[in-house]
Write a protein that binds this ligand. Structure first.
Ligand SMILES: Nc1nc2c(ncn2[C@@H]2O[C@H](COP(=O)(O)OP(=O)(O)OP(=O)(O)O)[C@@H](O)[C@H]2O)c(=O)[nH]1
Ligand SMILES: [Mg+2]
Length: 462
């Protein structure tokens, strides 16, 4: 990416390309108002009108060619620095939504002197102009890409800076300890103000706070991706019927032919705010059918990645060797035993499976009974996995998690040097590393290269 000059004025289409009610062309930079003034004729007013209007006002009129012909009918919003997304003068042109009008308006704005924005450049300017830090900028893209209400809420909190604040507080404590140590290298001890607490205690508290943040990542991942909930069992026990019942839609094919499902089918649902990805699998059995074999292999892979497994058995038909073979490979701590087809009566002794997995939940996927009990069981399983929504801040970004882990390792190394009674220099090296790692999250110590890479993954117009 070429170096970005903050002096030029950029423009891009900020709404998705396609047919829609409106399309928005965003213009940002010192000449934003002047450029749009050149191409816009307000209804009943003369040229150069936008220069005179107050900030944060909306104006009706037309975008015109340099010959004065109409390009489209628009509303123009004028927002002056610094109370804007980028902290620069910003003008948004809302035209008719449709590929042709938005492109025509954009081209006209570019002709009048704006430069086409690079992906993420508006948000990058917000960052470079100090309105948001790097973690907040990344939260913007997380909001756009969030697939569940819960993950969007987490991203929104991060946009408001809750993660950044926690990281900054930890970084400040580290910086204080560092300042003290560096002063103690240069000056005799009685000449520098003492630390509020013993260095060992300070480092221990910092490590704990880092660990607390790192521990939120598991829940963060679940909220971002959904809890992988795999329905497993031998063919024909009603796995696909259960998926359909849970998502209240006929998503999977159900037949009375064993081996109906051949491929994984994944559907997202929300259980009392807990986002789940329910995955229907091919019934596991020995088979010579080539396609089914692949399906069975995929089922096994899905089980390895599962957070929660719903192990389905047919209580009307009874259990057999096939069920027990599957049971052997399922980890009990993740598995909920589910007895299906209870509407046809119970002709089975589940005591052996009970001993391994705990009490079964009886349901009828067909009659949709027992589903509330099953949902409760899923929620308490999730609680056992220490997935709770009580936390306020979640780490959902792999980059942030990596930086937090590096910071923690560095603090551990510093603690070790301190306990060994090594010279202050040894400790400060590690503390510097920890401070830098945390600075990568907020952008205080992020390289240009890293910053560029992050914004390059944004969409155009954001
Ligand atoms: N009586 C009764 N029949 C059920 C119930 N659930 C499923 N079935 C029937 O059992 C048969 C198999 O159901 P599926 O949902 O396709 O079973 P599956 O486990 O997905 O089967 P495969 O994809 O072949 O592994 C169908 O005929 C369903 O109508 C239930 O709760 N009660
Ligand atoms: Mg099926």
């Amino acid at each position: 990416m070429p170096a970005i000059s903050l002096i030029d004025t950029i423009a891009a289409i900020s709404t998705p390309l396609g047919e829609g009610g409106i399309g928005v062309i965003r213009v940002s930079g010192p000449d934003a108002v002047e450029i749009v003034d050149k191409v816009f004729v307000p209804a009943g007013k003369g040229a150069g009108y936008l220069k005179t209007v107050p900030s944060h006002t909306v104006h009706y009129g037309h975008i015109i060619t340099d010959q004065g012909d109409y390009i489209d009918e628009v509303l123009v919003t004028v927002m002056r620095a610094p109370r804007t997304y980028t902290r620069e003068d910003t003008v948004e042109i809302s035209c008719h939504g449709g590929i042709t009008p938005v492109r025509a308006v954009l081209e006209r704005v570019l002709e009048a002197g704006a430069r086409l924005a690079e992906p993420g450049e508006f948000t990058k300017r917000a960052f470079l102009n100090g309105r948001i830090d790097l973690a907040q900028a990344e939260a913007v893209i997380d909001i756009i890409r969030s697939k569940t209400r819960a993950s969007q809420e987490i991203a929104l909190r991060n946009l408001h800076g809750e993660l950044s604040q926690r990281v900054t507080e930890i970084r400040e404590s580290l910086l204080q300890a560092l300042m003290y140590l560096e002063a103690s290298i240069d000056f005799p001890e009685d000449e520098i103000p003492p630390l509020e607490e013993d260095l060992g205690v300070i480092l221990k508290t910092i490590k704990q706070r880092l660990e607390e943040l790192i521990d939120t990542a598991r829940t963060g991942r679940v909220y971002r991706e959904g809890l992988a909930t795999v329905i497993a069992g031998k063919p024909n026990v009603g796995k696909s019927s259960l998926l359909n019942a849970l998502v209240q839609e006929e998503r999977a094919i159900v037949t009375n032919i064993p081996g109906t499902t051949r491929d994984l089918l994944e559907v997202e649902v929300n259980l009392n705010g807990l986002p789940l990805r329910i995955i229907d699998t091919a019934g596991i059995r020995l088979t010579h059918d080539e396609v089914e074999k692949i399906g069975v292999a995929r089922s096994k892979q899905a089980l390895e990645r599962a957070d929660i497994i719903l192990f389905l058995v047919d209580v009307a038909e009874g259990t057999n060797e096939e069920d027990f073979h599957i049971a052997e490979v399922l980890p009990p701590e993740k598995t909920i035993l589910v007895g299906n087809k209870i509407d046809e009566g119970k002709n089975v002794d589940l005591s052996a499976l009970f001993r391994r997995f705990g009490a079964p939940v009886f349901i009828s996927a067909q009659e949709k009974t027992g589903l509330d009990k099953l949902k409760e069981a899923i929620i308490s399983k999730a609680a056992l996995l220490e997935i709770s929504s009580a936390e306020v801040v979640f780490v959902t970004n792999v980059r942030h998690l990596d930086a937090l882990r590096r910071a923690k390792e560095a603090v551990e190394a510093a603690t070790h040097s301190h306990q060994e009674g090594l010279a202050a220099d040894f400790i400060t090296i590690d503390l510097h590393a920890a401070v830098d790692a945390l600075g990568e999250i907020t952008g205080d110590s992020a390289s240009d290269d890293l910053v560029n890479r992050i914004f390059a993954s944004f969409c155009i117009g954001k």
